[in-house]
Design a binder for this molecule. Structure first.
Ligand code: ATP
Length: 249
């Protein structure tokens, strides 16, 4: 369970360019909830994710994960709970290293769930099996440098690597914004499957209203650093796709 309690984040406080990016947000996110966040540019979505991840600290309020107050913990200290996938497919993996070596690094960094890195052939087989679950045929390319793959393939592998450790919370900050529609579709379906299979609590920021409609068990809209709409599972299921477009008109 994540409890966000009256969190505020002000940039450039007291200056002419002061921005109240997050303006006193309180929300509870229960385990295995898949929360979608939509909102106009500058409404505070990424700042809220940064506050959750620990890459910025709140000026006021607290963030509690599974009963632990993480408000003042740095991002690397929160990595036992939180994994994050960014917009840029290049940011999650090392281009010059093979797929296998990227998985090796991820396993060393996180002691990834279900991967024992002691015996090489065994590790290789485990990686192949994990990658095969993506259904992209990449299990036959594990010696290939990551940089030779498409953005969609890299993003799918980044997702897989990030959920294999013991993290419980997956933060997705416009993970498909840099991808063509077909790759974006594959990556969103992969993310959805991994979230379900690993029983993760997930938060997705997206400007793609079709994805906001199709994915997630709850949706919020942000505006001027506040939550302006909050629809639970049933309310979201009752929503029509056009209703979402109306939120922005
Ligand atoms: N490090 C920072 N320093 C100063 N201002 C910032 C900083 N980060 C964000 N802001 C400002 O805070 C406000 C909220 O930004 P944020 O990136 O959270 O919005 P967003 O909803 O994610 O926008 P977008 O949809 O465009 O990505 C904006 O006005 C932005 O310029």
């Amino acid at each position: 369970m994540i409890v966000i309690n009256d969190v505020h984040k002000i940039f450039n406080r007291g200056k002419a360019n002061q921005v109240n990016a997050v303006n006193g947000i309180s929300i509870d996110i229960v385990d295995s909830e898949f929360l979608v966040i939509v909102g106009s540019n500058g409404s505070g979505k990424t700042t809220l994710l940064n506050l959750l991840a620990g890459s910025v600290f709140p000026d006021q309020g607290s963030i509690i994960i599974d009963g632990n107050d993480v408000s003042k913990l740095h991002d690397y200290q929160r990595s036992q709970w939180i994994a994050r996938v960014f917009q840029n497919p290049m940011s999650g993996t090392a281009s010059d290293l093979s797929i296998l070596d990227n998985f090796r690094l991820a396993a060393i960094r996180t002691r990834a769930k279900g991967l024992s890195i002691g015996i090489n052939d065994h590790f290789k087989q485990q990686v192949k099996e994990k990658i095969a679950t993506l259904g992209m045929g990449l299990e036959n390319k594990i010696e290939q440098p990551m940089g030779t793959l498409s953005g969609g393939q890299r993003q799918a592998l980044t997702l897989l690597m990030s959920v294999m450790d013991s993290c419980k919370v997956l933060l997705l900050d416009e993970p498909t914004a840099a991808l063509d529609p077909r790759s974006a579709d594959v990556v969103m379906r992969t993310a959805d499957k991994l979230i379900t299979d690993f029983k993760l609590t997930a938060i997705l920021i997206t400007h793609n209203l079709k994805d906001a409609y199709n994915y997630g068990s709850r949706i919020i809209q942000m505006g001027e650093g506040l939550v302006t709409k909050d629809l639970d599972k049933k309310q979201k299921a009752d929503l029509k796709q056009n209703d979402l477009f109306d939120w922005f008109s």
